[in-house]
Design a protein around this ligand. Sequence first.
Ligand code: NAP
Length: 228
Amino acid sequence: MTTTLITGANKSLGYETARQLVALGHTVYVAARDPERGRKAADELGARFVQLDVTDDESVRAAAKEVGQLDVLINNAGIPGPFKPANELTVQDYQDVYDVNVFGAFRVLDAFLPLLEASDAPVVVNVSSGLGSIAMATDPTVREPAWIPAPIYSSSKAALNMLTAQYAHLYPALRINAVDPGYTATDFNHHSGHQTIPEGAEIIVRLATIDRTGPTATYQRSAGVVPW
Ligand code: NAP
């Protein structure tokens, strides 16, 4: 039996990923910062609930203790940050987004590493974005949507990508990959995405269900590899 924890799983891509993994027989922990929303989602899905705010050390540590055993970690929780002109952005804006998208992923990975290391087939999926690709952002032949004016969000996902590559080298027993779900209609973008939520979740589920012979240190979307 595979035990899987998904951060930010009370709605949208995290919720759909949980739904699909429950259907595939995983024991799924719906991790959510809000107990009411999280419990409701877990009950609907036939999953377990664990309270976890990725910005809160104590909450993350307590969740790792409560879960006790883990094979697959999906760092899905993420925020877009403020939509305002670049010359109005503040250090605090950067810190707020990085606290979820970068430090949050590190906090959770760090706290759950001892559990993952005890697994026969430990897997980590970091839910990144195509906007985190420096290769695409600097390719003159690619413009929209590989580049949009979103310096905080895009740089946070680029940092998450490097965290993925670094941890893949540091922990070779782990299968750790970054995925781009693609532009998906969720609350994240006020439902402007052109993909459905199941379409967006497909690559997350695909990389969450690899075995120990699966890839590590890759960056993938549904259509294939994403250039770093
Ligand atoms: P969403 O609809 O905004 O859902 C985000 C989830 O993250 C919610 O469950 C939210 O919980 C949770 N979350 C936010 N801050 C948290 C915190 N501090 N601790 C724990 N959970 C927290 O977003 P989504 O579209 O499903 O996006 C999921 C991931 O995919 C994100 O990492 C995003 O960057 C990435 N992504 C999305 C798209 C897209 O087009 N949608 C494209 C590329 C990448 P609450 O309900 O409590 O706020």
